[in-house]
Design a protein around this ligand. Structure first.
Ligand SMILES: Cc1ncc(C[n+]2csc(CCOP(=O)(O)OP(=O)(O)O)c2C)c(N)n1
Length: 807
């Protein structure tokens, strides 16, 4: 290829052309050098783990040329050159992350909550409001779980389509779009393409025809396992060829290009950009012949699994070497000029590395100095021989590199040793410990939830109100009418899932919605739970208000990975930099059969701390939660009662407006002998049992928790226990599932232990799945009879003469 062609493909003058090429060369050289200096830092113990982008740089620099403000990346840990080339990263950032510097100003992607080279840019201001994402190049926050960036890619790309097809919504959201021209760029390693998430997302994007550009960095291996084991025919684009656009229909433009061929890489990305930005046609760019010059990560050497021939080939086809050859052959620069750049890169990286280290260490060293003085002051008063050793050790560490835990742990040990001493220095030591703990609480333990003004806790409650002669309707009518009002009021509201569009949902909660609000906002999807959730994540990151519907709770597990790893950890892992205001709507608990009666609340609770979990007992409460959540930025799941759609409820006269607060329990029956705590479908059963128990002289107070996360923020349950002195938690999860969580909360967090006269108990379903049929249900899940007998048994223990044994 001649230089002329290359110049024209870059569409710039000769001087500018040279300048651009050498700037690209310098960037790559610096990225490579930071990788090798970073590797040495891990070997010497300054960092714990290193994973770098070496061997993948050239394609990334080509890609960066078409990455514009307002675009989004969903990628993985190899993208250092891309992130640097789009101006969001530097060698200094890399070192700050490698050392684990927790200060956001130096490690803005996560404040070192993430491992190094897990990238992300900031979407939110400190007050929780959105930044103008059109003025910056955006990267969603990476995850270590391979291919987990793919579900959200679907929504990131789809948002451009939503905005382009709905100019009035685009106009309302200038900080999120310019007429839907934005592209979602994804990157993935060749081996990760063996994951289901990859194929599901590729299919969904192909069906939706939305502007994604997927780059596959193919270095023939996934750690030690080669393409022969990873992929049919050892070649992902061969397998992907059925997705190629052709006369049979719309799919992708698929391009295979070599990772060391700069001009072809630049052309490939220019073409893909044009297709995506102008026509919303997605592309897959399979970048082959990439290398991994120093192996997968700092955890092991690639000489163990690559042949001598492969290692030699990797040296010969290293993208930097080939880039140099091309630059020299094309008379763009001489070998000497490139040498100079390489030498300068070493110096630049060294300088930034030093700055990163000094800035990371100096506040920690000052804290150590402060403690040293306290140690010395205690040492002169009390003879504790260990102090001298500690001081010596810690001084030595401080010369090299010191962690806060090193000295804080000693400080805490010392406090234990001098707790009985009457010296003022004890107070100074205590204050020091408290100060360090509180500062580090901010660094390491905050922002699991959003505490800014956009939090759901700032949405005020509006109670449902009723006409005196309010009609009794099927529960599903309340949900349906509420959605109609919501979609009228909130143009960004969207709902999608299996059978949601044309037929309005399997339980008719979305009846008529698509006819009224169109196929973009109310949509059927393929059967692909992981990417339905991913769609919601991506759309919500781009200013829309999606409700992602999982047809049944039992199938949420297909999308659970994204809920656990992405949604729930996002606000925490970005230190408040990103959030997904996504609502996951589903229905569950009791019906019939092994896969239509699931109530795996413990599983959800344990996996998804970081999002809210609403468990309404009826459709009025469910609608109220949707209305509340729509006003906030917080991600949540709402689980409607599968057996509640045909149960009659009074129709409120303020549909669309009433809001149920999260974290507030409702006492649905007052009583004095025992507190029964429950939620969801089990609530009706507990109420039935409570009424029956009343006839036997037992007065039950019934509390519906309404939400599991947050849980009873005002501790109303312990107030009830104060009165009744007895507690039974009832649900239909497995024993020790959500009931254990609830009990822990009431006993530990709310101190209800102090008010109990009887052992607190739980009544859950059997540990196995509920079998099919009415009897399967009766013999597996708690019935009103079971609740009656359990409560009666507890009262029998209290007063056997008044409540003789039943059996
Ligand atoms: C879901 C998941 N499985 C396994 C791993 C462990 N792991 C980390 S990197 C890696 C290999 C990835 O290879 P590839 O996709 O080709 O990307 P590369 O690192 O070669 O760029 C593996 C197996 C992981 N991080 N996530």
């Amino acid at each position: 290829m001649s230089t002329k062609t290359k110049e024209s493909s870059l569409k710039i003058s000769k001087n500018k052309f040279k300048e651009t090429i050498l700037a690209d060369y310098r960037l790559i050289s610096e990225v490579r050098e930071s990788g090798s200096q970073g590797r040495r830092d891990v070997l010497s113990g300054k960092g714990s783990f290193g994973i770098f982008g070496d061997g993948k740089e050239l394609a990334q620099v080509a890609m960066a040329k078409v990455f514009r403000n307002g675009d989004f990346r969903a990628g993985y840990y190899r993208d250092q050159a891309l992130m640097t080339a789009i101006g969001q990263y530097s060698p200094k950032h890399m070192f700050s992350a490698l050392y684990g510097d927790p200060e956001l100003e130096r490690e803005p992607s996560s404040g070192s909550r993430q491992m190094m080279n897990h990238f992300g840019t900031r979407f939110l201001n400190d007050d929780g409001s959105w930044r103008n994402l059109m003025n910056q190049k955006n990267s969603t926050s990476d995850m270590a779980c391979l291919a987990s960036q793919f579900p959200r890619l679907v929504g990131l790309a789809q948002a451009s389509q939503v905005y382009r097809d709905n100019p009035e919504i685009a106009k309302r959201n200038p900080g999120f779009t310019n007429k839907g021209n934005e592209i979602a760029f994804a990157t993935i390693g060749n081996s990760s393409c063996a994951e289901g998430h990859f194929w599901e997302a590729v299919n969904a994007i192909g069906v939706l025809q939305v502007p994604a550009i997927i780059s596959i960095w193919d270095d023939a291996y996934g750690i030690s396992v080669s393409n022969e084991v990873q992929m049919t025919k050892s070649d992902v684009s061969t397998v992907l060829s059925g997705f190629q656009n052709d006369e049979k229909g719309a799919g992708y433009d698929i391009v295979k290009v070599k990772g060391w061929d700069y001009p072809s890489l630049v052309s490939a990305y220019e073409k893909a950009e044009k297709l995506a930005r102008e026509k919303h046609i997605p592309s897959i760019i399979h970048v082959v012949e990439m290398t991994q010059p120093t192996g997968h990560s700092t955890s092991g050497s690639h000489e163990r699994y690559k042949s001598k021939e492969r290692l030699q080939w990797e040296q010969d086809f290293d993208c930097i070497k080939k880039f140099q050859e091309w630059i020299i052959e094309s008379n763009i620069a001489t070998a000497n000029e490139l040498d100079v750049i390489d030498k300068e890169s070493i110096d630049t990286v060294k300088k930034q590395k030093k700055e990163a280290w000094t800035e990371y260490q100096s506040p920690i060293k000052s804290e150590w100095k402060e403690l040293l003085e306290i140690f010395n002051s205690i040492d002169v008063k009390i003879n504790i021989p260990e102090i001298a050793d500690w001081i010596q050790d810690l001084n030595q560490s401080a010369m090299f590199g010191i962690f806060r835990r090193d000295f804080l742990s000693k400080a805490r040990t010392l406090l234990g040793m001098i707790v009985n001493e009457d010296i003022p220095e004890k107070g100074t030591l205590r204050d020091f410990i408290k100060k360090i703990n509180s500062e580090n609480h901010e660094r390491y333990n905050t922002k699991l939830y959003n505490n800014t003004s956009t939090s759901v806790h700032n949405v005020s409650e509006v109670k449902p109100t009723y006409d005196s002669n309010a009609e009794e309707v099927d529960g599903r009518i309340i949900i349906r009418d509420n959605f109609h009002h919501m979609f009228d009021a909130i143009p960004e509201a969207m709902i999608f899932g299996e059978d949601v569009g044309k037929i309005g949902g399997v339980n008719q909660g979305c009846e008529g919605l698509q006819d009224k609000f169109g196929e973009t906002r109310v949509a059927d999807t393929g059967i692909r739970e992981a990417t339905i959730i991913g769609q919601g994540i991506g759309l919500s990151l781009r200013g829309l208000k999606p409700i992602a519907e999982m047809q049944y709770l039992d199938y949420v597990i297909y999308g659970f990975q994204s809920m656990v790893d992405d949604i729930s950890s996002l606000h925490y892992r970005t230190h408040g930099g990103q959030i997904t205001p996504l609502i996951i709507r589903t229905r569950g608990h009791r019906l019939e059969g092994i896969w239509h009666s699931g109530s795996p609340m413990g599983m959800l609770l344990n996996g998804t701390r970081g999002m809210y979990l609403c468990v309404p007992r009826d459709m009025t409460r469910a609608a109220g939660f949707y209305n509340t959540l729509m006003q906030s930025n917080d991600p949540a799941m709402v689980i409607e009662c599968l057996n509640g759609y045909r149960v009659k409820e009074k129709l409120p006269n303020n549909i669309g407006e009433f809001r149920v607060p999260l974290g507030k329990v409702e006492t649905t029956k007052e009583g004095s002998d025992i507190t029964l705590v429950t939620y969801g479908s089990t609530w009706r059963i507990v109420m039935d049992a409570a009424n029956q128990l009343e006839r036997s002289g037992i007065s039950c107070e019934v509390i519906d928790t309404q939400t599991l996360v947050p849980f009873d923020l005002t501790h109303d349950i312990s107030e009830s226990v104060k009165k009744t002195n007895r507690l039974l938690v009832i649900d239909e999860d497995v024993p020790g599932g959500a009931s254990a969580y609830i009990l822990q909360n009431i006993i530990e967090e709310q101190d209800a232990y102090n008010y109990l006269d009887s052992e607190p108990q739980t009544l859950a379903a059997k540990a196995h799945r509920p079998p099919y049929g009415k009897d399967g249900d009766y013999f597996s899940k708690p019935s009103a009879d079971d609740v009656f007998e359990k409560v009666y048994g507890m009262m029998n223990e209290v007063n056997p003469s008044k409540f003789p044994p039943l059996y």
